[in-house]
Design a binder for this molecule. Structure first.
Ligand SMILES: Cc1cc2nc3c(=O)[nH]c(=O)nc-3n(C[C@H](O)[C@H](O)[C@H](O)COP(=O)(O)OP(=O)(O)OC[C@H]3O[C@@H](n4cnc5c(N)ncnc54)[C@H](O)[C@@H]3O)c2cc1C
Length: 320
């Protein structure tokens, strides 16, 4: 086993996505303790152009070959299995995204390596990796160790600062052509969010509403608060599923990832799928009537209160 920590790079439209930088920053910090390097593993046709943005890595392995034109979990797996088997890194870090979870689960089975999913923290001590994972929609956190000391970890977005993975030096780049491919899963089309609505990924203040709002008519209370704050309204998935707000306002795993300066979570429980989209906000303020709601574990400020009391009072206070 080497002490290297592999980070599987996630990229789209020619850009490395933030969760990769979060993982690289953590891998870089841990590589000293593991006695190896943070190694960015970059798959895709022409993707080696992105190696320059992975400067926090000690090394970049750029894998390009048939089947890697677009993301495909089976082609990624076919390329990664022999690489991970040969190099035997101490840890393989993958974003806990839809694509990342597909890849990580397949690697775990094919390589017979344990998988710790929904991780929110990762340390290395005298006994090897110690992973903190969320269970039961974030209501419980479990500390996990790997039998044999090696494993794969999928990390929820926003768990580590992306800035730490966007610094560094000039890694060596190793080009690799995979010996095998697998076309059982083929990329067809990328479905992008509808255009024409507010782009919540660009807003600096988001007033986000969840099922705690109770009724569709109450959404206007939240809109008034967002206007008074100079921000926009976003939501958890159930609100978009109910059609109370457009899908373009949905934050989370199957919605949009946002990183505003301030995120108000009103009547949102804080399920992992929601946290995945907003943990990176600079300031998180939660209002929830349940003191045990998981959202309070990520909030910087919180009020255990009825949002139907707090929201109008705050809007009035702001002169709205
Ligand atoms: C594959 C997959 C993808 C998913 N993708 C997403 C996603 O992208 N985004 C997303 O959000 N979810 C997503 N989910 C769903 C997610 O698991 C949760 O079900 C969802 O986030 C819950 O939304 P919520 O917090 O609004 O509702 P709930 O979990 O029902 O929480 C409502 C909260 O409101 C509080 N509350 C009730 N009344 C009041 C009041 N008067 N004042 C204050 N607080 C009150 C309650 O205490 C509770 O905490 C996904 C799930 C799966 C399986």
């Amino acid at each position: 086993m080497s002490g290297d920590i592999f980070v599987i790079v996630e990229h789209r439209d020619g850009t490395v996505l933030d969760p990769t930088f979060e993982l690289l920053g953590r891998a870089r910090a841990l590589a000293g303790a593991s006695g190896g390097e943070a190694v960015a593993v970059l798959l895709g046709s022409g993707a080696s152009d992105l190696a320059g943005s992975l400067s926090a890595a000690g090394r970049v392995i750029a894998v390009d070959g048939p089947g890697l034109e677009s993301f495909s979990p089976s082609a990624y797996q076919a390329a990664l299995v022999p690489l991970i088997r040969d190099r035997a890194p101490a840890l393989v870090l993958v974003a806990n995204s839809g694509a990342g979870m597909d890849v990580a689960a397949g690697l775990s089975v094919a390589l017979e390596l344990p998988l710790a999913a929904y991780a929110v923290d990762l340390e290395l001590d005298g006994n090897g990796p110690l992973v903190t994972c969320q269970l039961y929609a974030g209501k419980i956190q479990a500390k996990v160790r790997f039998e044999g000391g090696r494993g794969i970890v999928t990390v929820i977005a926003g768990s580590f600062p992306a800035e730490a993975g966007a610094v560094g030096g000039s890694p060596t780049v190793e080009a690799l052509v995979p010996a095998a491919t697998d076309d059982r899963v083929r990329f067809v089309d990328l479905l992008r969010p509808e255009a024409g609505d507010v782009d919540i990924t660009r807003e600096s203040i988001l007033v986000s509403v969840g099922r705690g709002i109770g009724e569709q008519d109450n959404i206007e209370l939240v809109e008034a608060l967002a206007t008074a704050l100079g921000g926009a309204v976003s939501s958890s998935r159930p609100i978009a599923d109910l059609g109370w707000l457009p899908r373009t306002r949905q934050v989370g795993k199957s919605g949009l990832k946002v990183k505003p300066k301030a995120y108000l979570a009103l009547g949102i429980s804080g399920a992992p799928e929601h946290l995945e989209g907003m943990r990176g906000a600079e300031l998180i303020i939660a209002v929830n009537s349940d003191p045990r709601a998981p959202i309070f574990s990520v909030a910087h400020y919180g009020a255990v209160a009825d949002l139907l009391d707090v929201v109008p009072a705050l809007t009035t206070r702001l002169g709205g």
